[in-house]
Design a protein around this ligand. Structure first.
Ligand code: DX5
Ligand code: ZN
Length: 213
């Protein structure tokens, strides 16, 4: 299984966001992970569709948009138009997950569902065939630089079994480092999000390579 690295631009220099996106592209990232926070679902506020649209010309890589917003439904189309390729909503912020996933696909985008650390994996059971990606949060969402919550390894393994032979990416986000990446992949993840671990030094290529090896 090839592992994809999706650097989170939450840890980038916001004053130079376009150049930062170009830099992680050139450093060999697979996807660009974009953390949208609303100051309501999570205690932090980042950016929305206009900024995503502004950075879109800086790379052709997949824009993996992680919506930590409640409600997400009313603005899904705005994120699609801004240049998202994958749109991930949170199970805890959506009363109509099935509808949102279908709607994202109807916009021609890949549909993702994210679970907070305390959310059990059974919420995906009846929407498995409407999912392109499952995102396991291995920290409580809102901030970069937190420590990996070990209990999520078990959840990752269970979800990998639930996925079976379906073409669904299993992504893990929060506290992923070169030290624990191997265990996260061994549990079943195939996409690793990393903010601090990629942006901690200016040698992004080296930091991405360390996560991959
Ligand atoms: C947290 C975000 C993560 C975060 C990861 O709410 O979804 O993507 O930026 O950052 P690190 O890798 O620093 O834990
Ligand atoms: Zn994220």
């Amino acid at each position: 299984m090839t592992v994809k690295i999706a650097p989170s631009i939450l840890s980038a220099d916001f004053a130079r966001l376009g150049e930062e996106v170009k830099a992680i592209d050139e450093a060999g990232c697979d996807w660009v992970h974009i953390d949208v926070m609303d100051g309501h679902f999570v205690p932090n506020l980042t950016f929305g569709p206009p900024i995503i649209k502004a950075i879109r010309p800086y790379t052709r890589k997949v824009f993996d948009v992680h919506l930590m917003i409640d409600p997400a439904q009313p603005s899904l189309e705005d994120y699609a138009k801004a240049g998202a390729d994958i749109i991930t909503v949170h199970a805890e912020a959506d009363r109509h997950i099935d509808r949102s996933l279908q709607f994202i696909r109807s916009l021609g985008k890949k549909a993702g569902l994210s679970l907070n650390p305390a959310t059990p994996e059974n919420v995906i059971e009846y929407v498995l065939d409407k999912l392109d990606l499952i995102l396991v949060m291995s920290v409580n969402p809102g901030f970069g630089g937190q420590s990996f919550i070990e209990s999520q390894l078990d959840k990752i393994a269970r979800i990998r079994r639930m996925i079976g032979d379906r073409a669904i990416d299993l992504q893990v986000d929060g506290g992923v480092t070169a030290d624990n990446a191997r265990r996260v992949v061994a549990a079943g993840a195939n996409v690793l999000v990393a903010g601090s671990a990629v942006f901690r030094t200016s040698d992004y290529a080296n930091n991405i390579a360390a996560l991959k090896s």
